[in-house]
Design a protein around this ligand. Sequence first.
Ligand SMILES: Cc1cc2nc3c(=O)[nH]c(=O)nc-3n(C[C@H](O)[C@H](O)[C@H](O)COP(=O)(O)OP(=O)(O)OC[C@H]3O[C@@H](n4cnc5c(N)ncnc54)[C@H](O)[C@@H]3O)c2cc1C
Length: 348
Amino acid sequence: MEEYDIIIVGGGPAGATLARLLPEHLRVLLLCDDRRGKPCGGLLAPDAQKALARFDLTLPKEVLVDPQIFAVRTIDLTSRRQRYYQRMYINVDRVKFDRWLLDLVPPRVTVRHARCRSVVRAEGGGFLVTFPGQDGTLETARAAVLAGADGAGSLVRRSLFGPIKTRQYTAIQQWFPLSSVNPFYSCVFDPATSPCCSWSICKDDFFIFGGAFPSRNCRSAFEAQKRRLADYLHMDFGTPVKTEACQVLRPSRPASFCLGGDGAYLVGEAAGFISPSSLEGISSAILSATALAESLESPRPLAAYRRATGHLRRKLLAKNLKCPFMYNPFLRSLVLKSGLTSIRVEGR
Ligand SMILES: Cc1cc2nc3c(=O)[nH]c(=O)nc-3n(C[C@H](O)[C@H](O)[C@H](O)COP(=O)(O)OP(=O)(O)OC[C@H]3O[C@@H](n4cnc5c(N)ncnc54)[C@H](O)[C@@H]3O)c2cc1C
């Protein structure tokens, strides 16, 4: 059995950042199931840009996609009002972005491209983790410390800490060949089909429509909203070439976050770090992983990690104050009617 100081499960922005920053003397295994890309809008918000800037990291142009857009069209399908708001996103290919972050992991880290199958506490301390080896047989590795960076549906969290106490939705996205529409981003609200939000994004030759829906009947709600949006935009989306789905979390109170305990820690969305208003999570993944890397050498790592993520947790919870103005139909209608902070787009 292979022995490590720390095993990281998940190689998204949180896992790759943690693996990159851990002290050199630690023996690290990064288990990373990257066969399928993570369903994501792939928009780097200013917070994510700042998190990358903190490490003097510059994005290679291969990670970028066309086009770069400077405004988001906010559409309320109930009141049929819309406004444009300036947003400073960078449009990236999410698969390539994750691969780029993984490429920054130093060679001293053992990276296995495999899906972790089980996680248990070992007798006598530490953790046992199983995953399929190259010949398909199950291998086991052991480590004193375990980090769950395995996203919203985290196996590490479910195995060691039980269900997370936060709102959860099923995010569904479909990719369509981009027809003759002028590319745009949109943020869509439609309480008839979802209490959360939806979005459309253009990436190279594709138009993507996606949204977060209560898990029960999520597919029929998605299809109904897609029809309503297509009708509003007078646009035929065409036939999807790809449909993807995953769980997405929306923290609303301090108990929504689960940082771990007893030698096992959670980072990124596995810990609940994601914006409840915009569902932006890449910055929180990078920042929480950085906080854990800095805390692990402390005599009381969990307390240090809790302290180091205090600001991030408060910031994410404070975003709930913004939610009524986005998600309450009456308040949203007032905001859209007022046009406050919106920009006028010629010809619209
Ligand atoms: C549809 C959608 C659109 C979004 N759009 C944006 C956006 O535009 N901008 C933004 O900032 N945020 C966005 N988010 C949020 C963002 O995608 C996440 O918050 C962010 O990716 C979290 O990073 P992470 O590293 O914690 O987890 P993830 O990115 O989910 O990475 C987890 C990794 O672990 C792997 N993994 C999972 N289980 C195992 C296992 N058992 N063994 C091994 N590996 C495993 C996964 O394959 C994945 O590679 C969006 C979310 C959704 C659902």
